[in-house]
Ligand binder design. Structure first.
Ligand SMILES: [Zn+2]
Length: 503
């Protein structure tokens, strides 16, 4: 009988405990666990870590005013305020409009907002450990609670990130955990190189760097890996607050979905030498690669290119750019199974976009003031989010999406139009439109505002250019002419140069 009672008491209990470990997330503020209610869950939506707003604001000593009538939330701050609307990807922070990676949403009465927005709007440092599902918040004003013991692991079983919790490949840094879980992320010392961004697309790993570095690169056979070593380098604060980052292990991971060569990229501080950064590409099998640097000591991209069949891109010699290179992301719209608009004679928009984008790339490679990154350089389809994320992850200076238009059932509609979304992008769209419409000579359909995903998600000035109409017989013929494309490509580069004040 006793045994039966013991079993009865034990079984459902242990079952519950297991379920809790699997799904629970936790939030640490300056190393202290914030008590969460059942409804306060951290979720990952469209690649954004979404956190419950009210509980975080309250623990930061901020009030939250909820206006049910128009679904707005106001958080008054000492100076200024934060205003959000459920379902809207823009927020007002101290009177200025800010774009969110994902719109705030209501989940069972709890408002979830992107973790990155919490960092930007409330001025706190943020980290997210994907393996242990722990959000870390560091309030800058408060002194670090170094004397306070670490959070009780027994209370929050999943909240103990450590080297054992994450299975890392052999070549990856896994330093011993630091004493405080809220340990500040390293700040690059003067004279060292900073890793500003990291992105994998088009079979290329791109590392955005500030400062001088001579990367060392080698391969590992078991398991197959490519390891990039960056001596005298540290992660910039902007990197550790926007990418997945575990401050205990000083490392993180960029998941790569649907790539035949690479499953993920691990990055971290070397456990052999804390002034060295290691990046490890996890490969499906040993793969040939080329590597090169684009740019100079001011600002550069280190690229590991697995497209071994493609010719090795030329390295642009540094020509005293003064204030550092600008990183330009060129996006050829659509691709692969998404053809985009179909022309009168059956020509596909995706082919036009790619052809023009590659011409723009070739011209930009000759410009010493710019690094150029393509979202695709073949007939592939990076998702819309991925296209913007490439630019966001690299901290790019501007984003350009190339398209051709269609007006179903209206074969006479023709002309050139240029789109922007955020008001910070209007000036860019204006300059680009002037140059492009001048080059096409098509009807001027003006600069327009629209919430295209690649524009709403990108965090730098961004524009989407509809060069002409494939549904118009005259324009379809002209759009695919090589001479026309060369002229428009030159106009796009001229627009970029004017916008950035490059002569
Ligand atoms: Zn299109």
């Amino acid at each position: 009988m006793l045994l039966f009672v013991a079993l009865f008491l034990l079984l459902p209990d242990s079952g519950q405990a297991k379920a809790a470990v699997k799904t629970s997330t936790s939030i640490l503020l300056d190393g202290q666990t914030i008590p969460l209610q059942q409804k306060d869950k951290v979720e990952i939506i469209n690649g954004s870590v979404m956190v419950p707003l009210r509980i975080i604001a309250e623990n930061l000593g901020m009030g939250v005013i909820w206006n049910q009538k128009n679904s707005t939330i106001t958080i008054p701050k000492e100076i200024g305020s934060v205003e959000l609307t459920i379902g809207k990807p823009t927020a007002m922070v101290d009177g200025a409009s800010q774009t969110l990676t994902t719109a705030p949403l209501n989940r069972n009465g709890t408002t979830l907002v992107p973790l990155r927005f919490i960092s930007e709007a409330m001025g706190v440092g943020v980290t997210w450990d994907n393996s242990s599902k722990v959000v870390g918040l560091t309030s800058a004003d408060l002194p670090q609670p170094s004397a306070t013991p670490a959070p009780q692991p027994s209370a929050v079983p999943s909240a103990s990130p450590g080297p054992s919790a994450t299975a890392k490949p052999a070549g990856t840094a896994t330093p011993a955990p630091t004493a405080s879980p809220a340990a500040a992320t390293p700040t690059p010392a003067a004279g060292t190189t900073a890793v500003k961004g990291l992105s994998f697309s088009d079979n290329r790993l791109m590392i955005a760097l500030e400062g001088n570095v001579q990367p060392l690169i080698h391969t590992v056979n078991e398991p197959p890996q490519i390891v990039v070593e960056l001596p005298r380098t540290a992660f910039a604060a902007s990197f550790t607050t926007t990418m997945l980052w575990d401050s205990n292990t000083q490392s993180g991971q960029l998941a790569v979905a649907g790539n035949p060569y690479v499953s993920s990229v691990y990055y971290g501080v070397s456990n052999v030498d804390a002034s060295t950064v290691l990046m490890t590409l996890e490969l499906a099998a040993s793969t040939a690669y080329t590597s090169y640097v684009e740019g100079d000591s001011g600002s550069s991209l280190f690229v590991v290119d697995l497209n071994s069949s493609s010719p090795e891109p030329t390295t642009v010699p540094p020509v005293n750019p003064g204030n550092g290179k600008k990183t330009i992301v060129i996006d050829a719209g659509h691709g692969d199974s998404d053809p985009g608009a179909i022309g009168v004679t059956g020509k596909q928009e995706k082919a036009f976009n790619l052809s023009l984008a590659l011409k723009v790339e070739q011209l930009l490679l000759k410009e010493p003031a710019f690094n150029v990154v393509m979202t695709r350089s073949g007939d592939t389809y990076p998702s819309l989010n991925k296209r913007a994320d490439i630019a966001n992850e690299l901290g790019a200076d501007a984003f350009f999406s190339i398209h051709a238009n269609k007006a179903p059932g209206k074969p006479n509609v023709r002309g050139t139009e240029t789109y922007y979304y955020s008001k910070d992008s209007k000036a860019l769209a204006d300059v680009m439109h002037k140059h492009i419409q001048g080059a096409t000579g098509f009807t001027d359909r003006k600069v327009k505002h629209n919430n295209y995903r690649v524009l709403t998600r990108s965090t730098m000035p961004a524009t989407l250019m509809e060069i002409g109409f494939l549904s118009n017989a005259t324009e379809e013929g002209i759009l695919f002419s090589d001479e026309f494309q060369n002229r428009v490509a030159a106009a796009i580069v001229a627009g970029i140069k004017e916008y950035f004040g490059v002569s």
